[in-house]
Design a protein around this ligand. Structure first.
Ligand SMILES: [Zn+2]
Length: 97
C-alpha cells in the first residue's frame, strides 16, 4: 500500500525515539513540519536568505514559517519559468514585425 506523500513525510519527521525533528535553519529551534529533498529545495531555501544545517539524509527540515518562506520563492521561480517560456514564444512571433 502506498502512503500519501504528506503521511510519508510525517513518518520521516519522527525519529525512532518518537520525538520530532527540528527545523534545519540555523538558529531556528522550531519543530519541523516538512521534510524536503535537499536537491530540489536547496536553491529556494538559499534564495529566501536562510542558512540551514546539512544532514546526511540529504533532507532539509523546515518549520512552518521557514517552509512558507521557501515555498514563496519556489512559486515565484515557477512563475518566472513559465513566463520565460511564454516570452520566448511571443518573441519568436514578434519578429515578424
Ligand atoms: Zn525554522
Amino acid at each position: 500500500m502506498k502512503l500519501p506523500k504528506e503521511l510519508r513525510e510525517k513518518e520521516e519527521l519522527r525519529t525512532s525515539g518518537g520525538s520530532s525533528k527540528y527545523c534545519s535553519v540555523i538558529k531556528c529551534r522550531k519543530e519541523a513540519v516538512r521534510s524536503l529533498s535537499e536537491n530540489t529545495w536547496k536553491d529556494y531555501v538559499e534564495k529566501a536568505k536562510l542558512k540551514y544545517k546539512e544532514n546526511r539524509f540529504k533532507k532539509i527540515y523546515l518549520c512552518k514559517k521557514h517552509y512558507k518562506a521557501a515555498k514563496k520563492i519556489r512559486q515565484k521561480d515557477n512563475k518566472y519559468n513559465q513566463k520565460k517560456g511564454f516570452l520566448d514564444d511571443s518573441l519568436n512571433s514578434g519578429r515578424v514585425r
